[in-house]
Design a protein around this ligand. Structure first.
Ligand SMILES: [Zn+2]
Length: 277
């Protein structure tokens, strides 16, 4: 098993040095830059097959958080987030069908700038989406707008999904947010470099992901070797789609997690992870 760490991937710090995801297609139809705030531009190239498989992951995440036919869904994130560009064929050329077309939902995209919180509230007010996805760093200023306007979020929205790349809110932070908003909140984990998505289940509270889409291991932080089932270590993952198998490393993320037994009624065969913040 070839393990790729972020440090090994980026090498010695080379400011401005562009990086290319090792799982990218060599003949991409879409190239996007992940993590506008990372120190080096990280590009990911996806051909139609890669796009379709990545869309499957997002579609399953949408279904897990309760979206279905006829629902509207609000997206408060940049267009370069996989939560946005995989959402609809209207957002991305060559996508064919996004999560919205697969599930029969209508997405409404706001913006990724944290200062756009007031408009996110206007979207809730006028469009009444069932679920809103928000990037984690947009939450504090959005909450200020909620308080300033004394906006009754829970009369316009059924669930909030807070997403981040290689990080999640702590359970306590999630609980505080639910208390403030009087609204169910779930978390979504992205590992953009490896095209990875996992969504927190509203029922079992583990993060569901999918064995047919992703290889998942929990590795010891020091030795980078696999741990026994249930032990806490670092999440290592690689998409099962993409470049030829022998060329694929597994990416050692910065996310601490442990595996839980499968068997949740919301996805009996899904992989389940307990993610520690
Ligand atoms: Zn579950």
């Amino acid at each position: 098993m070839r393990v790729l760490t972020w440090e090994a991937f980026t090498g010695p710090a080379l400011p401005g040095q562009p990086l290319w995801s090792p799982w990218s297609s060599s003949t991409p139809q879409v190239v996007y830059q992940s993590g506008a705030s990372t120190e080096c531009p990280l590009y990911l190239g996806l051909d139609r097959a890669l796009l379709n498989r990545y869309v499957q992951a997002l579609t399953r995440a949408w279904r897990l958080v309760g979206l279905g036919p006829g629902d509207r869904v609000s997206l408060f994130d940049f267009g370069s987030s996989p939560l946005v560009f995989l959402a609809s064929a209207f957002y991305t050329p060559y996508l064919g069908r996004g999560a919205a077309e697969h599930l029969g939902c209508t997405p409404i995209c706001n913006d990724g700038e944290p200062t756009m919180g007031s408009r996110a509230l206007d979207i809730l007010r006028f469009v009444n989406p069932r679920v809103m996805f928000i990037r984690r760093d947009c939450v504090p200023s959005w909450l200020q707008d909620v308080e300033t306007r004394a906006f009754p979020v829970n009369t316009h929205l059924s669930r909030l999904v807070v997403a981040d790349d290689e990080a999640v809110l702590s359970e306590r932070q999630r609980g505080d947010l639910e208390e403030k908003l009087k609204l169910p909140v779930v978390r979504l984990l992205r590992v953009d470099l490896a095209f990875f998505l996992a969504a927190e289940c509203p029922d079992c509270r583990a993060f569901h992901t999918w064995d047919d889409l992703y290889r998942v291991n929990i590795l010891d932080e020091e030795t980078q070797t696999p741990l026994s089932f249930g032990e806490v270590g670092l999440l290592a993952t690689a998409p099962r789609f993409g470049r030829r198998r022998k060329e694929r490393p597994i990416y050692l993320s910065r996310v601490r997690a442990r595996q839980a037994s499968p068997g949740c009624p919301r996805g009996a065969s899904d992989l389940r992870l307990e993610v520690l913040s």
